[in-house]
Design a protein around this ligand. Structure first.
Ligand code: IMP
Ligand code: MG
Length: 179
């Protein structure tokens, strides 16, 4: 059984402040053509980040957005190590510079796998952006190009992230504690 930490790990206001900083970092460093976001965990982060980017981009109307689904987690806090990617058939990546967005880099397996897949499908360049980075949990060599917050090795929920499909709609990010 799990229960939420008494206080949020990251409060909603702090997420929004960091997000604006992140949008500036990205727009200074990388002139992407398309944002590809990984459902379901990144849905809220992507909605907020894409709008923060649009506010500071010179030609926001030219940026595409697309979603894929990747899953390696069942109803557990442990990664299965296998990644199932779906939604690729509708995605046109040939020659494009891709900003790949996910909620969290944990073992790193998902993003490493998706980057490989995009390059195989002809993407010109792929850079990754995560809201949260759990560096201590890496099992593969992967580094996100842009990261919102480095967090310790604990399971977190809220702001799109779930535990067994629960907690996604909470505005703050919370730690789940075993009890
Ligand atoms: P990775 O492949 O191990 O890096 O994990 C990627 C996916 O696992 C993320 O996109 C999340 O959906 C999920 N995940 C990893 N850590 C957490 C967590 O602390 N809370 C919720 N989901 C997580
Ligand atoms: Mg995910």
């Amino acid at each position: 059984m799990y229960k939420m930490s008494p206080k949020p790990l990251i409060a909603a206001e702090n997420i929004q402040t960091r997000l604006n900083g992140l949008a500036h970092e990205i727009s200074t460093a990388f002139d992407f053509d398309i944002i590809v976001s990984i459902l379901t965990g990144a849905y809220i982060f992507t909605a907020d980040l894409s709008r923060a980017l649009a506010k500071i981009q010179s030609e926001p109307q030219q940026k595409e957005i697309a979603f894929i689904k990747a899953s390696s987690y069942g109803a557990s806090t442990q990664s299965s190590g296998k990644v199932k990617i779906s939604g690729l058939e509708k995605l046109e990546l040939q020659g494009k510079r891709v900003l790949l967005v996910d909620d969290i880099a944990d073992t790193g397996i998902t993003l490493q796998r998706v980057v490989q897949e995009f390059l195989q499908r002809g993407a010109k360049e792929v850079r990754t952006c995560v809201l949260l980075n759990k560096q201590d949990r890496r099992t593969v060599s992967f580094a996100a190009d842009f990261a919102g917050f480095d967090i310790p090795d604990s399971f977190v929920v809220g702001y799109g992230l779930d535990y067994a499909e629960q907690y996604r709609t909470l505005p703050d990010i919370w730690t789940l504690e075993e009890q």
